[in-house]
Design a protein around this ligand. Structure first.
Ligand code: PHE
Length: 474
């Protein structure tokens, strides 16, 4: 099918709807689980400052580039890149980065749904705990009363050892994602974002205030914002760059796809800035929500990926109202995960509609179903297939289980490749007039944007890619 108009004729009903959906896509597990984990492991302030620099010098120009491609293309990522290439006398072969992106999005949603399933399980655990607290006439007690620290930590291990449970929560989460995407852009994705994002912000602000009152916000702020430059190793810079790409959903063509549903108006520059600023603020607020609680009870900020699942539930045990706020905390993560997973599934779904001519429900079902199956392999990697190493022949992934292999390969290889090709394409190949008129940037902003894309982004992203793949050279 030759896409001469938007492949589906679908679109956002307003600029606000687009911004909410795009912020919803950006804000996800990356902000509330991955950012605090990395900041905690990397010593706080220095990481945070490098991360913020990466977001604004590399991420923001790429956000604008992806939205631009979608806005001009008005169809799925591959078709949209082809159209920009045609209008710029560039080779249609550039559309390959749309294909890399769609494949990456498909793989990411597979394991994203598994991790979101864990969150769903914890919503259940905290929900039943709160119900017990209410029944016992003490709704403001701490979470999981009477359980020892070991028992609380053991929950995660017990969950991992239970494939049926993991499968059930993965199924529920993927089913919800698929349902929303199958309903379409305005009655599915946009509706979910316009209902869920306000809920998300209310929960976030409420939890930050709770952390500030009950926890140790001074220590948390000092940890997050006082740079200790001696902690700034090449690995830390590398992970800050990678985190900026992941958190802004770059390199997977997600913003190309969402941008293609923008029907009119320009002001793409301010829109891109709002997305980058909102995403960064949410990451920082997530840090200011989690670390006061961690410090208040004297826990280790460098606990790693289990910070959210093992450290925090224990912290909520010792805090007043912990049962209630613990539940709200996991609900917050769940809401953030839904609005991101729909953006991931939308990329391959739009490809099926635009390039293959499938109906939306069929395309969503094929890709959502496929990702569900890959997710099953990921979750079995925690129990029955725990010694499977899919890329075991490659040093980098020699000791990496299935889920972490899919995560690592997409994050370390596919996202940077997508971002690298996007920056070269927009920085060097795309038609200058088309860029200027579509984005409506002032001459100064335009010059800076193009410079960053042509020089800084390719160099920096190439460095992430090479150092990520060959850590030995560091
Ligand atoms: N940005 C999302 C998050 O922070 C994850 C994501 C990555 C979503 C890539 C879409 C594409 O959780």
């Amino acid at each position: 099918m030759v896409a001469t108009t938007s492949s589906t004729g679908e679109g956002w009903s307003s600029r606000t709807a687009f911004i909410l959906a795009a912020v919803g896509a950006a804000v996800g597990l990356g902000n509330i689980w991955r950012f605090p984990t990395l900041a905690g492991e990397s010593g706080g302030g220095a990481f945070v400052i490098v991360y913020i620099a990466c977001v604004f010098l590399l991420g923001l120009p790429l956000v604008l580039s992806e939205i631009f491609i979608g806005r001009v293309g008005q169809t799925d990522a591959i078709g949209s890149i082809r159209r920009v290439a045609a209008q710029s006398q560039a080779s249609p072969g550039w559309s390959v980065f749309g294909a890399v992106g769609a494949l990456a999005a498909f793989l990411i949603v597979a394991f994203y749904s598994v991790v979101a399933g864990w969150v769903l399980y914890y919503v259940g655990v905290m929900g039943s705990d709160l119900a017990q607290a209410i029944m016992a006439g003490d709704p403001f007690r701490g979470a999981l009363a009477g359980e020892s620290r070991e028992q609380i930590q053991q929950r995660l291990g017990d969950m991992f050892a239970n494939p049926g449970l993991l499968l059930a929560v993965h199924f529920l989460f993927m089913g919800l994602t698929l349902y929303i995407v199958a309903r379409g852009v305005s009655s599915g994705i946009e509706k979910a974002a316009t209902y869920l994002m306000p809920v998300f912000f209310v929960l976030l602000v409420g939890l930050v205030i709770y952390g500030a009152i009950e926890g140790d916000i001074g220590d948390a702020a000092a940890f997050l914002f006082t740079p200790d430059w001696s902690k700034l190793t090449p690995e830390v810079m590398n992970s800050a760059l990678g985190q900026a790409l992941f958190s802004l959903s770059l390199g997977v063509a997600g913003l190309i796809t969402y941008g293609s549903y923008i029907k009119e108006g320009s002001a793409l520059g301010p829109t891109a800035a709002i997305i980058a600023i909102a995403d960064t603020c949410v990451a920082l607020l997530a840090g200011l929500m989690i670390f006061p609680i961690v410090f208040a009870v004297g826990l280790d900020p460098a606990a790693g990926p289990t910070l959210v699942f093992q450290t925090l539930p224990f912290a909520f045990q010792t805090m007043p109202g912990g049962a209630l706020f613990g539940l709200l905390f996991f609900l917050l993560i769940l809401v953030a995960a839904v609005t991101s997973s729909i953006s991931l599934l939308e990329v391959p779904t739009a490809y099926g509609i635009g390039e293959r001519g499938w109906s939306r429900p069929k395309s969503a079902l094929i890709f959502g179903g496929g990702a569900f199956l890959i997710g099953i392999a990921c979750l079995l990697g925690y129990n029955v297939w725990s010694d499977v190493r899919p890329l075991g022949f490659w040093d980098l992934f020699a000791d990496t289980d299935i889920l972490d292999t899919v995560d690592g390969f997409t994050g370390k290889v596919m996202l940077p490749v997508g971002a690298l090709l996007t920056s070269i394409f927009i920085g060097w190949k795309a038609d200058t007039n088309l860029l200027r008129t579509t984005t409506g940037l002032s001459p100064l902003a335009f010059g800076i944007w193009r410079f960053l894309l042509a020089w800084l982004c390719p160099l920096a992203v190439a460095i992430i890619l090479v150092t990520g793949l060959f850590p030995a050279i560091l």
